[in-house]
Design a protein around this ligand. Structure first.
Ligand code: HEC
Length: 104
């Protein structure tokens, strides 16, 4: 009886960890970088990537798209890491959004 309970728990744990890692439904095309930014990033960075002296101006920051992805994924100093909350496709959409601001 006890063994069965442990086995059930083990199976549930495996299912839970698989579900957590899978990317949200919908292809890259349906990912709206601006919506993700206003939901997760604007509170620190401002609606358009510019807020105050605590966060860098994302409209003018001189970093490559690769570095943006790296910093968003793994965090940087006071900036939290997003790899457990956002999919790589969502992070990529955010880097596109920020890179797009640079071209304006
Ligand atoms: C809790 C506040 C906070 C939130 C939420 C936050 N950031 Fe940041 N972010 C910061 C701070 C602080 C820095 C400056 C880090 C440093 O260079 O010391 C930063 C830096 C950055 C940088 C520059 C990284 C570099 O390599 O110089 C980018 C790009 C960025 N944030 C994007 C985002 C995106 C996209 C989101 C939403 C997914 C986000 N941030 C959410 C606080 C935040």
């Amino acid at each position: 009886m006890r063994k069965a309970a442990i086995a059930t728990l083990a199976i549930l744990f495996v299912i839970a960890s698989c579900t957590k890692k899978s990317a949200p439904a919908g292809g890259t095309a349906s990912i709206d970088g601006a919506a993700i930014f206003s939901k997760h990033c604007a509170r620190c960075h401002g609606a358009q990537g510019v807020k105050d002296s605590r966060t860098p101006n994302l409209q003018t920051i001189a970093i490559s798209r690769d570095q943006m992805i790296n910093s968003i994924t793994n965090g940087k100093d006071h900036m939290p890491a997003w790899k457990d909350k956002l999919s790589t496709a969502q992070i990529s959409a955010l880097a596109d959004l920020i890179a797009g601001w640079h071209k304006k």
